[in-house]
Design a protein. Structure first.
Length: 290
């Protein structure tokens, strides 16, 4: 029976055998561990669609049960026109989950997607060899929406690039300050995980893919750009029953395969925002869509 969450909320709004126990015992801070999970709600790429996220959260609040966990599978930022409001909504909902007796901070995880990775690189653009080219490229990939959310613009970045590394360093400092001026946003950006897994080794959560020939802690950019390896999996990876991703080429919705699940309804590109509830057997037992 669904217990639901408290309703008083918004004020505003190739050795691949290395598994989760190995990572946990090493204290790998880049990865998140979901402990004593009964079910996990996996939320696909949001892409700055705050209204869809609020709608999804309203549905999820009524279905949430004791022992449930939540993982946001990256690409929270970018593309849509409400990036800052999206982060605000995530922080509000996180507080709502933590208000449930017995809940812990590790019961809700946020993964770094390709949009968050590009934003991270953009804040280090003053160190790049060809900054103007990089700024133009990430702008084409949707990062300009995140720039606008924090008071920047693609054109301003290109203008600063012409002024050299010192001008770019001042620009990135201004962007970091803008993030810090939004309560909780800097901490949110700092807490993003590369991947997450359940402590029983049943489920692995990633953004876009993996390289099946590499262990978890050697994946590097494969988490963000490894969709080909993900789609080509013919056997379980590192002992996990299922690998779950939140961004997939073609936005197939909730796509269930023998060793993987994709959760991507195309939010930010005219589609919907989806979440799948997955039990420890790797089965999708519920789904919601906004």
């Amino acid at each position: 029976m669904s217990a639901g969450l408290p309703t008083s909320r918004r004020t505003n709004s190739p050795n691949n055998r290395q598994g989760p126990n190995d990572m946990a015992t090493r204290g790998e801070a880049r990865f998140g561990t979901l402990r004593r999970s009964r079910r996990v709600w996996a939320v696909g790429a949001i892409h700055g669609e705050a209204t869809l996220l609020t709608n999804l959260h309203t549905q999820l609040a009524g279905l949430f049960e004791a022992g449930d966990r939540v993982v946001y599978l990256g690409n929270i930022l970018g593309v849509g026109d409400a990036v800052a409001a999206t982060v605000d909504e995530l922080l509000v909902f996180r507080r709502q989950i933590l208000a449930v007796p017995g809940s812990h901070a590790c019961d809700i995880m946020f993964l770094r997607g390709s949009q968050e990775e590009m934003w991270h690189k953009l804040l280090q653009i003053h160190l790049a060899i060809n900054p103007a080219e990089v700024i133009s490229w990430v702008g084409e990939q949707g990062v300009e929406a995140t720039l606008k959310a924090y008071g920047g613009s693609l054109q301003e970045g290109l203008n600063r690039a012409r002024g050299g590394a010192r001008d770019l360093a001042r620009w990135t400092t201004e962007l970091r300050d803008a993030v810090a001026n939004r309560p909780g946003h800097r901490e949110f950006m700092s807490a993003l995980k590369r991947a997450a897994f359940t402590d029983d080794g049943a489920l692995l959560f990633v953004h876009a893919g993996i390289d099946p020939t590499l262990p978890i802690d050697a994946q590097k950019d494969a988490f963000w750009w490894g969709s080909a390896g993900f789609d080509g999996m013919t056997k379980p990876f590192a002992g996990f029953r299922k690998i779950v991703r939140g961004y997939a080429p073609g936005h197939p919705g909730i796509d269930i395969r023998p060793h993987s699940i994709s959760v991507d309804g195309g939010a930010g590109t005219g589609g919907s925002l989806m979440a799948a509830c997955i039990d420890m057997a790797g089965d999708v037992v519920a789904r919601i869509e906004a």
